[in-house]
Design a protein around this ligand. Structure first.
Ligand code: HEM
Length: 416
């Protein structure tokens, strides 16, 4: 998705199609969201097949929709690519469960992913990042977007307990779930692509659990930990562990790479910001927050209204689907002055909602922040300059704001 918007233009909000994939591949969605925040903070769209949804684009409304499960439930599904089909894993899958059950399901995973718990992974993440960057530093063309797809696998693979030989396949499957229309990942129709990938991912984790149980193997991995926890005194079933593993794989694989590519893209476009970060590495944590805000790789999440709800100056009827546009909330001018400026010294960048808001706030946020910090520390320390070496290509998705190709050349810094 284009992250630096073109000039402001008039948008007919009665005709705009927010699910038009071309808008995200070759178009420019930010001017559309700017206009929605200003003129139609609650927007209604009916798709040609009759499915309909409401959209909120302002920061406060996005937080309310994502954060208040009493008004907006997650139990009928949260991903807009599934609009109109109720989630069969409701009440089991972490992402499609409301509190209080959600709190029970989340707790055993959360304890392993706090900022403190993930700190032990820093050295291993750094080694993975250094290994990842090595081929980029040889001076040839390096397709960062393509390569970055493997980065979370290098980081979360050991944490989850999944062997390296399986990562490439798992990365492909998670990409199919999140961008089933992208020609890179599509297999037949969009629905077929989703079904194949979902089935294979869940089967993979189920087989993993079954083999471990049969072999009595013990390790320190997160999946193994889930085999031994007993929320409410009852152990998790293999199905529940498989669905938790599925959520974690998906959450980790599909967002971090696009945040990396989008932030590097912004830095290459703005050499003065690159130089600033390089001159003062203490700015890197804020660069990470600004990169998260800027890229908003999870571009939206969906909820369903429980009853009629007044929001954004209008009413969402009971059972109506509401899409909370995180990408727009993170450019809300009332929260982020000059929102379309990428500024690594921005005050309040940490208020970004790229990780969502409320009970479903990204459980992997500490790990993602750590990975991104280490990535930019190593990148800035090792490269003298970075240039584009071809046209970037955007992911064909209205759910994940991403890049499929970002060819760059990196000049190695003399000191390393
Ligand atoms: C830059 C990286 C990331 C971004 C932008 C991101 C974004 C998000 C967002 C917006 C949500 C909220 C979903 C909702 O409200 O329904 C979420 C939830 C989640 N994320 Fe992430 N995520 C990232 C990295 C990760 C990583 C590294 C992991 C795994 C280690 C992960 C696992 C999850 C899981 C399991 C959930 C569901 C939490 C729940 O429902 O309680 N994410 N993520």
């Amino acid at each position: 998705m284009r992250l630096t918007p073109g000039p402001p233009r008039h948008v007919d909000l009665d005709r705009v199609d927010l699910f038009d994939l071309d808008l995200y591949t070759s178009g420019d969605p930010h001017p559309v969201w700017d206009m929605m925040r200003a003129k139609a903070p609650l927007h209604h769209q009916v798709l040609p097949d009759g499915r309909e949804f409401w959209s909120v684009t302002r920061y406060d409304d996005v937080c309310r929709v994502l954060g208040d499960h009493r008004e907006f439930t997650s139990e009928r599904g949260t991903v807009p690519t599934h609009l109109g089909t109720d989630d069969v894993a409701a009440g089991v899958l972490l992402t499609s469960t409301d509190p209080p059950r959600h709190t029970e399901v989340r707790r055993p995973i959360g304890t392993r992913l706090t900022a403190r718990a993930v700190r032990v992974w820093e050295d291993s993440i750094r080694r993975s990042v250094v290994r990842f960057l090595e081929p980029a530093l040889d001076g040839g063309t390096f397709d960062l977007a393509e390569q970055a797809l493997l980065l979370p696998a290098m980081v979360t693979g050991p944490l989850l307990g999944i062997p390296e030989k399986d990562w490439e396949e798992l990365v492909r499957l998670t990409a199919m779930v999140t961008a089933p229309s992208d020609p890179h990942f599509r297999q037949g129709s969009e629905a077929a692509t989703l079904a194949i990938a979902h089935h294979e991912l869940v089967t993979y984790v189920k087989d993993w659990v079954r083999t471990r149980r049969a072999g009595g193997d013990e390790d320190d991995s997160l999946l193994h930990h889930l085999m031994s926890v007993r929320p409410g005194g009852v152990p998790l079933t293999d199905e529940e562990i498989a669905l938790d593993g599925y959520s974690i794989l998906l959450g980790a694989n599909v967002t971090t790479p696009h945040t990396v590519s989008g932030t590097v893209h912004a830095l290459v476009e703005r050499p003065e910001q690159f130089a600033k970060a390089q001159a003062d590495p203490s700015l890197i944590p804020n660069l990470v927050e600004e990169g998260l805000r800027w890229t908003s790789s999870a571009c939206n999440f969906m909820r369903y209204a429980v009853d009629d709800v007044r929001i954004g100056g209008g009413t969402v009827p009971a059972r109506g689907a509401v899409v909370a546009w995180i990408g727009s909330a993170n450019r809300d001018e009332t929260r982020f002055p000059d929102p379309h400026e990428f500024d690594i010294t921005r005050e309040g960048a940490k208020r970004q909602v790229a990780f969502g808001f409320g009970p479903h706030f990204c459980i992997g946020a500490p790990l993602a922040r750590l990975t991104l910090r280490v990535f930019f520390e190593e990148l800035l320390q090792r490269s003298a300059s970075i240039e584009f070496d071809g046209e970037p290509q955007h992911l064909r998705s209205y759910f994940i704001a991403g890049t499929t190709h970002l060819p760059i050349t990196v000049r190695r810094r003399r000191t390393t």
